[in-house]
Ligand binder design. Sequence first.
Ligand code: RAM
Length: 907
Amino acid sequence: MVTNWVLSDAPAVADLTRLTAYDLRCEHRVEPLGIGTRRPRLSWRLASPARGDRQDAFRVQVLRDGVQVWDSGWRSEWETYVDHGGAPLTSQTDYVWQLSVRDAAGEVTSAEATFATGLFHDDEWEAHWIEHDYETDPYFEPPVDRQEPRTVRQATIAPPRHYRRSFELTRPISRARVYVTAHGLYQFSANGQRIGNDELTPGWTDYRERVAYQTYDVTGLLHEGENVIGAVLGEGWWSGYVGWDTRSHAHHYGKKPQLLAQLVVDHPDGSRTVVATDGRWVERVGPIRFADLLMGESYDARLELGDWSSPGYDASDWAPAGDLGGDVSTLIAATTDPVRVTEEVPAVAVTALESGRFIVDLGQNVAGRVRLRVRGAQAGQQIRLRHGEMLQADGSLYTANLRTADATDYFVSAGADEEFFEPIFTVHGFRYVEVDGYPGELTADDVVGQVLHSDTPVAGRFECSDAGVNQLLSNIRWGQRGNFVSVPTDCPQRDERLGWTADAQIFLPTAAYQADVLTFFENWFADLAVAQTGEGAIPDVIPHVITGRHGTPAWADAATIVPWTLYRIYGDERVLRTAWPVMRRWVDYVHRANPDLIWRHRTSGHYGDWLQVGVVTDRDLLATAYFARSVEFTAAAARVLGLADEAAAYSELWEKVRAAFVAEFVDAEGKLRGDTQTGYLLPLAFGLLDEQAEQTAVKQLVADLERRGRSLTTGFAGVALLCPMLTKYGHADLAYDLLHDDRYPSWGYSIKHGATTIWERWDGWTEENGFGPVAMNSFNHYSLGSVGEWLYADVAGISQSPESVGFRDLVINPHPGGRLTWAKASYDTPTGRVSTHWQLSDGAFTLDVTIPPGATATIHIPTSAPDSVEESGHPLTTAEGLTPLEPTPTTAICRAHPGTYRFTTPA
Ligand code: RAM
């Protein structure tokens, strides 16, 4: 089951006859099962064929068993969401919600969707945690065929075990739901069938405080008579290898995996049968001999268990599971979509090496695993799959940059004519697979890459006339896919894969243009909140598994930047309500340690402008700029939350930090300390300079770029700001030069050398030195891909005004330039889809724009003759739905109502 990670369907505006509501969601998810809140948010998107159309009013009715439990009544509002306002929802209940919207002409259309609640009360859980009883069976057989992982702790990983429970149902079934989770990773089955298509469940959270359970509907799978439910249980983040720290490399949360599941069957007579994990379950090892996220998986097909989760199966040699009791205090209902296989990538080439090994090339660096077809192998024959991102000059696999991550899978054949192997509890970051021990000739048809990542709904597309730029966008998109694996990680291949906080905050604006990442980041932020230290500092990686590093400038500032950015993009103020205490405690922490407002103390590891090239941006400058940023967002959050005193206090603090910044870092000539690109970009982007200092800073920034032959020096912190600031201050030509540059260091340089993802470092591979430092050299790292925001916002021209939230007030401001003759993008805002498409041809400039109902827009049309701009053949002054504003010599500007417009003008 592949979900195909493509843009979701929105109604084609041209096909519509009236205002249409679509994409109904509950708690920002489509028809979720098992939600954990009693007053969920219900939301929808709108599309309309009519200019100036709007939602004049809406009405939401919530029904349970066909009976209305809430009626919002008609509300004359343009909001496209409402929080359930009836009596709080009840536990384990299915609901239908009906939406009616009335358009400007008074016409009404309706739509409906469903959702179901999870378990609201601890005492509803009958399930106990169960595990293999290591008391009576002290250890497992070590994986015989497996190479020792390069680290010393190999013996800590136990083979995944199968758990099952057979039971009788004596009455018909009207509804059956299973609520399930693990300390570890599970794959659940009922009556011989795997349930759902989720992978690596329950996902990675800070298990000490939060363990998410998933809810699945199994109504159609059960029957009267004998039924079986069961699961395979692996180690995953709970007890497997995570990160690089050899002192605490595995066993971050526990030593052995545990399962918890509760099946609830409703019968038509109103009675209920509950089958939950307890000491009546039985378990044993199966064909998976070893499984670890970093190290890989070993599968011995000779040990397959047959129809182990089907009725009638003889499980007499299975052992009773150990019953650990029912502590459910950490359980939470899952709030975000899990990891899934979102795409299958066919192999593009297979090369035989002299060693007899084969190298398979997927043509794309991905995170995931392969599905291998094996034909004609002897029983007991072992095939080894090693994964890597790059090849050495001699065509062999390059794995040095994986550090201690083995990324190696083994398959042992049972000797059948045709066999398939696909590991389930591991994930690799790779483009190439080295296959060793394959019987006969391996062909491209025998291998397919399975792409794994959190199934965040696709929200945006960007395309333009330049192949290099499209490749860059593709690399950015694949960087996101490779690293949004349950949490936002830095990289998917080496022994790291951690939720580095700066990477996350820097990439978030780009990520949000490409996918709906609200619930994904909210979930991660909940782990950030629990990891905040008593003093208020934030660890460098979330979930918090690396000790001793917290409070780093630009990293810990994710505490304020992530919630504020989410609020701005999605318009859901609940994000700020939850985050507020974290934000405030974080800025207070920095303030306390730095009473003179220059952030010099308590900077933890201080990575500065990480992986900058050839320069060193002043660390105090970077830290203090980020301090100002955090204070600014904290003040803004207080304003939104109606906390007037706090808003005033933090605004005043912001003024003071700003003044201190200027006094400390700006010299008499207007140069910033250190005179680096990032040194100028930070205060420009964060609004720390007065107008004159701003102009000087822009000049210095441009001068630095010119001095270097229009070449960048920025690292993680600066790179996101580079093209946006150059564009904002009238130097889009320079931004385009950087975009198209293919000299070192540039994005184009990596693309010229075959990159299909964004590299961690500009010098990941260079003509002079070959591979960069093996100690830290990922070829799939999204941070330097934060330029994606600029492609959507400034090249395609889709952004929102500074006061707007949820893209309610759009700014359409495309900047044609560089080698581009056209660009187009679409983006699903909370209210509906916005799109732009500009083209330059024969001296004319055309801009097509669609503004969704419920939004307003200021549209900027670049032109050499502002008075000549027409919209669908009319001058702007008479065009329907538009109000012209004062033009500049190079731009016509107008306010626009929702609708579809075509502007034309001489270029
Ligand atoms: C490395 C990675 C990561 C970065 C940290 C500071 O581990 O490059 O992305 O955030 O360093």
